[in-house]
Design a protein. Structure first.
Length: 64
């Protein structure tokens, strides 16, 4: 689901330099080569302390 995939949303924003509700829900864009290139640059790092909070979903997002 594109609208809840952090890697996809960041890749989409980096690729198109804009963001919209429609773009965030566009499943076809999940296969767009430019989005996939940017998405590959996104690294998720698990945090044991945050995982202890499940079912509450929290995240720390750092953009460099």
């Amino acid at each position: 689901m594109p609208d809840i995939c952090l890697q996809h949303l960041v890749g989409l924003m980096r690729s198109t330099r804009r963001f919209s509700f429609r773009a965030a829900h566009d499943k076809a864009r999940m296969q767009d080569p430019s989005v996939l290139r940017e998405r590959a640059k996104v690294q998720l790092v698990p945090d044991e302390e945050l995982e202890k909070l499940i079912p509450v979903r929290v995240a720390i997002v750092e953009v460099r």
